[in-house]
Write a new protein. Structure first.
Length: 556
């Protein structure tokens, strides 16, 4: 059996390694146009931020051996042809035309089964000046080395990043950690626009600005200009010239599917190669896996494009299984995506609130703030969780997290629950590990489910900051009832008009001081005391009382 794999980053090597274990006598060849193979591209920002001291670590095994062509040839009996590009595909004769990039020589390779793992390509915005020295795309392994050398050689003091997506955020963190001033220009109204809802995104944006990042939202970059030395000297954004020493373009990626398209294979709605659950394309002898291959949302079945190395490796394994004759399926994804920026852990799983509404769900959502461990444990950290559920049934649809504490552990739990079709009541009853170093007695994920289930059943209304902002935009007169202790108020006063401060312990004696002719929004540090207060206030006639979800930690 001859198996030819086009692409050598994540899905390709995984397919080859798995297939070698299943079919020891198969003839397996990987064609890769770049110099590197099985390279950890996700680690590039951490190399630039000096968290990964050696660049070679990104293409080495956990035991320190380089995953190069010799490694695959000698240890796995897999032929690897780096510096070779597949240029066309002859499906009738089962041949791929390949070009040696150093000599431009063309030759053909035949196959019994072909696996396309051609990955993704960066989106290049239509901007003047992207060809200038000092502009970097941060996609290929060489990009990290080149940017590292450029910063050192040119003594760069300021870098402008175009795009506040995952890569843009990670790059901002990496460069700022080197004491380089960073400006981030994002054309949309929020950071991480393809990942987070606006209410969670504003918390992330606030944290970035607290770390001295020059974050500019609704900021359209119009051109990159050369300086006196012919290299990058400035960018023009919203009509303003920003002096800068280098530019990183991070506006996204798209499937690299031109080889499949040229061969007449079916392409999906997102531009990725259409595959079935076995990773077969529309040609039964051709498979596709990784960032070039389509995937489907487990919640509603729609095709989505969420390029992740974790997904690529799983798809590669499934492709290998089916080539070997095993009946293995790759199930639909829920798009769990996480990142860390400036020590803040950020992530999303399932549908966002906006996505759920756009797809016709009757949605209810809520935000809680808590800690990943008890307040008395010295290593505790804050976590904010947003849950999205179907209002009538309580079925969990999505979750988002951010905070300095361990929110990713909670996101994994919630992602698993969504994949298994859980409802809020199911999450509330999960048997999670508890000990002070790891969690509170009621874990913050369980607390989030309890909160949203209470809200869904009408026990106590909660409002997000954005909902309160909308009320103010509508000129609704609000009484802000601050029930924190006097020391808390002094340390962080609520800078609003119509603020009435009554500590929670005095509320039952002093509630008649609260005006009853307008909505009352109760505020505490994290939302727990204010939830209790609203239950009491409603019992004594304040029917328009509600609490700020997540407390003052979401206020900014």
């Amino acid at each position: 059996m001859k198996v030819l794999i086009i692409g050598g980053m994540a899905a390709g090597p995984k397919t080859a390694a798995r297939l070698r274990r299943l079919v020891p006598d198969a003839e397996i060849t990987i064609v890769e146009q770049g110099e590197f193979i099985s390279f950890g591209s996700c680690g590039m920002p951490f190399y630039l931020g000096n968290l990964v001291p050696q660049f070679d670590s990104l293409s080495a095994t956990a035991y320190g051996v380089s995953r190069d062509a010799d490694f695959f040839r000698n240890r796995k009996d897999i032929e690897v042809l780096t510096g070779n590009r597949a240029v066309s595909l002859d499906r009738v004769n089962k041949k791929v035309r390949v070009q040696k990039l150093n000599s431009q020589e063309l030759y053909e390779l035949d196959y019994d089964y072909l696996v396309l793992t051609t990955g993704a390509e960066v989106v290049r915005p239509n901007l003047k000046g992207l060809e200038l020295p000092g502009v970097f795309m941060m996609h290929q392994p060489d990009d990290a080395l080149c940017l590292q050398e450029y910063i050192k050689t040119n003594e760069a003091k300021h870098v402008t990043i175009i795009g506040a997506g995952v890569i843009g955020m990670e790059m901002a963190d990496a460069l700022a950690s080197r004491r380089i001033k960073v400006t981030v220009c994002e054309a949309q109204q929020q950071v991480l626009p393809k990942l987070l809802d606006p209410d969670v995104a504003r918390l992330v944006a606030g944290h970035l600005r607290s770390q001295k990042v020059d974050l500019r939202l609704n900021c359209q970059v119009e051109a990159v200009n050369a300086g006196a030395n012919g290299h990058v000297g400035s960018v023009i954004a919203n009509g303003e010239e920003i002096a800068t020493d280098a530019v990183v373009v991070a506006v996204g990626v798209r499937p690299r599917a031109e080889l499949a398209r040229g061969a007449g294979l079916e392409i999906g709605a997102t531009g990725a190669i259409k595959v079935d659950k076995h990773m077969r394309t529309s040609d039964p002898f051709i498979f596709a896996a990784g960032d070039c291959a389509a995937r489907y949302n487990a919640i509603n079945g729609q095709e989505v494009y969420i390029p992740l190395a974790s997904t690529a490796n799983k798809q590669g394994r499934v492709a290998a299984d089916n080539i070997a004759g095993l009946d293995t399926e790759f199930t639909a994804v829920i798009g769990t995506t996480v990142l860390q920026a400036f020590e803040m852990n950020i992530g999303k799983t399932g549908l966002s609130e906006i996505e759920a509404e756009n797809r016709g769900y009757n949605v209810i959502s809520g935000i809680v703030a808590g800690n990943d461990a008890p307040h008395y444990y010295p290593l505790h950290g804050p976590v904010t969780i947003k849950l999205i559920a179907e209002k009538n049934s309580g079925k969990l649809l999505g979750a988002q997290v951010c905070g300095l504490g361990d929110g990713i552990k909670r996101l994994d739990v919630l992602g698993t629950a969504i994949k298994l079709g859980a409802y809020l009541k199911d999450v509330a009853n999960l048997d999670l590990g508890y000990a002070p170093p790891f969690a509170e007695a009621i874990d913050v994920a369980v607390h989030a489910a309890n909160m949203l289930e209470n809200k869904r059943r009408g026990f106590a209304p909660g409002l997000s900051f954005l909902a309160i902002e909308q009320m103010r935009n509508e000129k609704i007169d609000i009484c802000f009832l601050d029930i924190r202790e006097a020391g808390e108020v002094k340390a962080r006063p609520l800078e609003e008009v119509n603020v009435l401060a009554i500590p929670a312990g005095e509320l039952r004696e002093r509630y008649k001081e609260i005006p009853d002719d307008r909505p009352v929004v109760v505020i505490c540090s994290a939302g727990i005391r204010s939830y209790d207060a609203v239950c009491f206030l409603q019992s004594v006639g304040f029917k328009e009382a509600a609490y700020l979800e997540g407390g003052i930690s979401t206020w900014l």
